[in-house]
Design a protein around this ligand. Structure first.
Ligand code: NAD
Ligand code: GLY
Length: 351
């Protein structure tokens, strides 16, 4: 069982979503590339669960794969691991016509994608998301990156994948908290772009509608990316909850996972927006209700000054301005460019 969403970008690609796709990925991949050599990049938690099935499917399709496993976790999404992946590609003599398969969550996809974007000035890669977050958000849209000590995703490239193959069965082995990270980005998509989808998420248990929910997430993101792949306008709306969310991740030394930080960031941004008159009364209560329903956090463990210091290092800062995203109503968002004084007022109103 499989359905597909087409993404229109500088290079178009399909996102296949379904059940059992780990075992058929080789055939899907040979449909989009003539190359028969790849590097499978995955992390230490995903490798023992799923790498051998992907390797078998690749082999069955006549594709030779060498596998690189890095230690799982956001703290390893850095230049050192990225350098190790590049060295591995070079040692195995991958050429410009070969490709990378990123099997794992958003950390794997972002980092293997960035290695593919830069190795020999750019080779193809296939996203195979295994977290609900990666399936619903990070594997689509072509943003690739690693973190620096100064902040999240500070080095990266826009580099569209050749194909995304999402086997929703893999979510069955996710720890509950990691599944919830994907729920946060899902709620975000409803809040910024589709009130009916948000309403659906509030009435139906996500777990009983996984393929359908992933598909709607991908459709929402694909529509934004088709309009603004390089984030000069509309794509900024996908950063709802992210300016303060990234600050929370950084303040916690990445102990707070991305989705949880975004969940808190959406609450903070909406509290500030309501207090400052950007969002109508009652918006915060709706955002809180979403988090409450899915066991996502609502409280920020950091003080305004700490958040402000971390947020002013965010790459979304342009010159003296930093963009924050607020809800005009449920299902519709807008970007507000703030100067540093404005950001201070926003952060203070958020807590
Ligand atoms: P992750 O990749 O670290 O995965 C979370 C944990 O789950 C890891 O320990 C991983 O090993 C484990 N895991 C993965 N799949 C599993 C499975 N099926 N069963 C059991 N364990 C599994 O984190 P994530 O939440 O997937 O992604 C977060 C990252 O994505 C952040 O770095 C964030 O910045 C990035 N992101 C990028 C974009 C983008 O557009 N590029 C969008 C959103 C988030
Ligand atoms: N996650 C934000 C984006 O892809 O633009």
């Amino acid at each position: 069982m499989m359905e597909s969403v087409h993404v229109t970008a500088s290079r178009d690609y399909d996102v296949h979503i379904g059940s059992g796709l780990l075992d058929t990925c080789g055939a899907q991949i040979t449909a989009v590339t003539a190359s028969r050599r790849c590097a499978l990049v995955t992390d230490s938690a995903v490798a023992p669960l799923y790498a051998s099935r992907v390797e078998a499917s690749l082999r069955h399709a006549g594709i030779e794969a060498c596998t690189y496993v890095f230690p799982a976790g956001e703290q390893n999404k850095n230049l050192a691991t990225y350098g190790d992946i590049l060295a591995f590609l070079a040692e195995h003599r991958l050429t410009r016509s070969d490709f990378v398969v990123a099997l794992g969550g958003g950390v794997t996809g972002d980092m293997a994608g960035f290695a593919a974007a830069t190795y020999q000035r750019g080779i193809d890669y296939i996203q195979m998301p295994t977290t609900f977050l990666a399936a619903s958000d990070s594997s689509v849209g072509g943003k690739t990156a690693v973190d620096l000590p100064a902040g999240k995703n500070l080095v990266g490239a826009f580099w569209p994948p050749r194909l995304v193959v999402c086997d929703c069965d893999t979510f069955q082995t996710l720890p509950e908290d990691t599944f919830a990270d994907g729920v946060a980005e899902t709620l975000k998509h409803g809040l910024i772009a589709d009130a009916a989808f948000f309403d659906f998420l509030m009435r139906q248990p996500i777990r009983e509608h996984l393929s359908e929910v992933v598909r709607r997430n991908v459709e929402i993101k694909a529509a934004v990316v088709a309009e603004d792949e390089y984030e000069s306008g509309k794509r900024k709306l996908l950063n709802f909850g992210h300016t303060l969310g990234h600050a929370i991740e950084k303040c916690s030394a990445y102990a707070v996972p991305h989705g949880h930080a975004v969940a808190i960031g959406m609450v903070l941004a909406t509290r500030a927006a309501e207090r400052l008159g950007y969002s109508p009364r009652g918006t915060l209560e709706t955002v809180l209700a979403g988090n409450r329903r899915y066991g996502l956090p609502m409280e920020c463990p950091y003080a305004a000054q700490e958040l402000y210091d971390a947020a002013t290092g965010d790459k979304k800062r342009r010159g003296g301005k930093i963009d924050v995203v607020v809800l005009e109503e449920i299902g519709r968002a807008k970007t507000i460019p703030l100067d540093l004084d404005g950001l201070r007022v926003f952060v203070e109103a958020a807590l």
